[in-house]
Design a binder for this molecule. Sequence first.
Ligand SMILES: [Cu+2]
Length: 190
Amino acid sequence: MNKQASNWLIIVAVLITAAAVAALARAENSSPQTEAHETTPAYSYISAEGAWIRPTLGANRNTAAYVTLMNTGSTVDRLIGGSLPGADKVEVHNSIMEDGVMRMRRQDGIDIPAAGSVTLMPGGFHIMVFDLEAPLKSGDTVSLTLHFENAGDLTVKAPVTLSAPANQPGHAIPGEPASTDNMTDHTGHH
Ligand SMILES: [Cu+2]
């Protein structure tokens, strides 16, 4: 075999090896999808921590949920809504003090800054849940799905509790009211 022919053989062998490595990499990436992946991405730059939701009070079927949202990405993303099994509607809200009265306003979204985080807590941003089929009781847990403009859907487990769990932002400080939210503000809201 002359030198030129053997050089060609080496090049062909290298190309075949590269193709085989690429095929292997593809095979590893296309592992079978599980149910959970439909709503929760295997990896996302958006993550959530310390979600919780208030129990319903009396005949009221509206409530509010809170969570800390983290963005490890390099661009801003936006929480634009959500869904909860058994709830008619989920909206993004803010609480605003107007003439000494706390009112709630629907928001188009809440920006989660690049490499930053936002904490939803009583008296500020919250996730408003409307018209639940059944009351929520303390001690239960719900699966709350959050819709993000870029990251898509993220489903979090949220315990049903009257105030933020200990060590979570918004946890009531002894001697201070647990919350300034007033759910009755939502009567006639929809
Ligand atoms: Cu609200």
